[in-house]
Design a binder for this molecule. Structure first.
Ligand code: 13P
Ligand code: SF4
Length: 322
């Protein structure tokens, strides 16, 4: 897995004597800013955020905020979605290189050319895509509402689903709808293998296996529960089980530990033995970069207004479905 290159902003040094927590608290008030964080962010960023959530909840929070600045501790497509919904607000991302393998490997021009082969299809796109791809879509979904979004499409209509082939396959299995899939994948979830999971299940026979739908079908078919990061958290919070094998980015364990401090939480290790269950893009954001983003109001998300307007409809359609 190749890690993203550090951004220019990331090279700026911050005075080590600064109390970053105090500075961020001061700037948050001065800038009338709200800090949103995804569950895959480092624990210190999750703990200081005004709101922590999955992709759907974060876009709902972005849609209702009255803050003047949105500091998005997440990845580029999430901050871009916040900007699609809030053209009049300044949206900053601590590290502009915090991308996503799904979004990066589905460029809008290639997607537009591919769609020409499916002119009579409804285009459903996972929120992990660029504003350009959203603008070419009929409706957006996240991992927590993908099933509902696809079920909302009248029976008999043909569907294309992009850019995650694993989420697409999982939705096809759940809904019985046939869909044409763009062949994208998440570099983190794709590395969990059925072989590794079988070994873990043998070593922890009473543990529940819970995985994200971005995992390969060979892994999700073995699971006791498949769901978005928020769904996985709710499952851990309400299940009577005392041990869980967790197939998603390991940042989510921070909130799981808070919910169930006594439970055994076992992240799935990847076969290569590296730290690949951590998303290298999500981990580009740091406390220092958040401080700089609030201080300088950059790196800022900027969007072509024509693209933003085209992307807004499909995002709104998703939010209306909930
Ligand atoms: P959710 O937060 O919607 O579960 O998505 C996980 C993810 O990979 C975000 O990039
Ligand atoms: Fe993208 Fe995967 Fe990272 Fe989520 S975990 S931001 S899907 S690369």
């Amino acid at each position: 897995m190749s890690a993203p290159a550090p951004s220019v902003h990331a090279l700026e040094t911050v005075d080590p004597s600064l109390d970053l927590m105090a500075e961020i608290s001061r700037l948050r008030v001065e800038r009338k800013a709200v800090i949103l964080a995804h569950y895959y962010q480092d624990p210190e960023l999750q703990d200081l955020a005004d709101f922590v959530g999955d992709s759907l909840r974060l876009s709902q929070a972005a849609a209702r905020t009255d803050a003047e600045v949105i500091a998005f501790c997440g990845v580029h497509f999430m901050a871009e979605t916040a900007k699609i919904l809030n053209p009049g607000k300044r949206v900053v991302l601590p590290d502009l290189d915090a991308g996503c393998s799904l979004a990066d490997r589905c460029p809008a021009d290639a997607f537009a050319a591919w769609l020409k082969g499916y002119p009579d299809h409804v285009v459903v796109s996972y929120i992990n895509c660029s504003a350009g791809v959203k603008a070419l879509s009929d409706i957006i979904c996240t991992s927590s509402n993908a099933e509902r979004v696809v079920q909302s499409i009248p029976a008999g209509r043909k569907i294309v689903f992009a850019p995650d082939r694993h989420l697409g396959s999982w939705v096809m299995a759940r809904t019985g709808r046939d869909m044409v899939l763009w062949p994208g994948f998440c570099i983190v979830h794709e590395q969990f293998t059925a072989r590794r999971v079988a070994q873990l299940k043998a070593a922890h026979p009473v543990a529940q296996l819970i995985v994200h739908p971005e995992c390969d079908a060979s892994v999700s078919q073995m699971a006791d529960y498949v769901g978005s990061t928020d769904g996985l958290l709710q499952y851990v919070g309400t299940s009577p089980a005392k041990a869980f094998i967790i197939g998603t980015e390991a940042g989510v364990l921070h909130q799981m530990h808070k919910l169930r401090p006594e439970a055994e939480l076992i992240p799935i290790p990847v076969d290569s033995g590296c730290n690949c269950s951590l998303c290298p893009y999500m981990k580009l954001n740091t406390l220092e970069k958040l401080y700089l983003a609030l201080r300088d109001l950059r790196p800022e998300i900027e969007l072509d207004e024509a693209v933003r307007l085209k992307a807004l409809g499909p995002v709104r359609r998703m939010l209306e479905l909930g």
